[in-house]
Design a protein around this ligand. Structure first.
Ligand SMILES: C[S@@+](CC[C@H](N)C(=O)[O-])C[C@H]1O[C@@H](n2cnc3c(N)ncnc32)[C@H](O)[C@@H]1O
Length: 333
């Protein structure tokens, strides 16, 4: 049981294939942009169940609001997006990089729109579709397996589109936004939350550069964008930019977005999120891997996740990084 809930490795891979999957993932990281698809698939194959254990079915950050629980903050962030898109029953919507579908189900049930998820991870597509069915949301929620760099849909199919922290994985922002533009009807709105280095990031500062690289490395990202990359990219793809804003700036000072990674109440389910929980998990895995109770490679995957989390917190504290650069744009017409 302990091995089960501390183990970062998803059931996407056979235990005996863990070490191989990890080395393939490492090799794809070295090739970055060229091998982004293999990098993302490998990453989520390795860690999806672990994320789900600690984070639930929504894999994103949210601004902390006084009095709101972690789950309530996530829900408020999702509902904000639905409002921003003006969703209503009868609309057809694309959720790009939908994870296992937590946001899709929450937004569809709140606004009554039909939402198609898109995901490059076959393992997550399977889970998302099963969860949609189990939640009785099949009538509004469906999911497609595919790459957002070549969306498997006809031109002008959707009335709206959004992504929550999926486009940080895009190897080319303009090309990714252009694909969204293609599948939207004229006049449709696209909105999302992007991971960005803020204007406080200084590329000449070695500490800043190292944090940026470590976040990229620990999260299967080709390169983290600047605010300007997002705005310019949307415009270059043909969109009219309506609004851009860093939602992290709306955080309560006592409840910044990275707080869940730092710690707080140490509950079993939040173990993988918190700093102390990560230490406990690493120690447990060292023993379990030595005793061959978890697959070889589990500890390395846990270390990868630790690097990701520790550097997100450090960059968040310095204010040089945000995981919630909100952008809203319209396809003219
Ligand atoms: C940080 S997770 C966010 C998931 C989901 N939006 C949520 O908030 O729960 C990023 C998601 O983007 C998906 N993704 C990354 N690159 C992709 C690509 N090229 N095409 C489609 N999906 C992709 C990943 O598989 C993952 O599900």
């Amino acid at each position: 049981m302990a091995a089960d809930f501390h183990n970062p490795i998803s059931r996407a891979i056979r235990p005996e294939d863990t070490a191989d999957t990890l080395s393939r993932y490492r090799r794809s990281q070295e090739r970055g942009r060229e091998d982004y698809a293999r990098m993302v698939e490998g990453f989520y194959d390795l860690i999806t169940d672990f994320y789900e254990y600690g984070w639930g079915q929504s894999f994103h950050f949210a601004p902390g609001k006084g009095g709101a629980s972690f789950e309530e903050s996530l829900a408020a962030h999702q509902h904000f997006l639905g409002e921003a898109l003006g969703l209503r029953p009868g609309m057809t919507v694309l959720d790009i990089g939908c994870g296992v579908g937590g946001p899709q189900r929450a937004i569809a049930s709140r606004f009554g729109a039909s939402i198609t998820g898109l995901n490059i991870s076959e393992y997550q597509v399977g889970k998302c579709s099963e969860y949609n069915r189990k939640a009785g949301m099949d009538h509004l929620c469906s999911v497609l397996h595919g790459d957002f760099m070549a969306i498997p849909a006809e031109a002008q199919t959707f009335d709206a589109a959004y992504h929550i922290e999926a486009f940080p994985h895009a190897p080319n922002k303009v090309a990714a936004y252009a694909e969204v533009f293609r599948v939207l009807r004229p006049g449709a709105v696209f909105a999302g939350f992007e991971w960005c280095m803020t204007p406080l990031y200084d590329g000449d500062n070695p500490e800043h550069r190292e944090l940026k690289q470590r976040i990229e490395h620990g999260n299967a990202l080709p390169e983290i964008a600047s605010f300007t990359d997002v705005t310019d990219g949307l415009q270059a793809a043909g969109f009219e930019v309506i609004e851009v804003r860093d939602h992290a700036l709306g955080d309560d000072v006592d409840r910044p977005w990275y707080r869940p990674l730092e710690g707080g109440a140490l509950k079993l389910r939040s173990l993988p999120r918190t700093a102390l929980g990560r230490k406990i998990t690493t120690a447990a895995l060292r023993v379990l891997e030595g005793a061959r109770a978890v697959p070889e490679g589990s500890l390395k995957v846990q270390e990868l996740l630790n690097v990701a989390a520790d550097n997100l917190v450090a960059a968040g504290r310095l204010g040089i990084f945000t995981p919630m650069y909100f952008h809203k744009a319209r396809k003219p017409g």
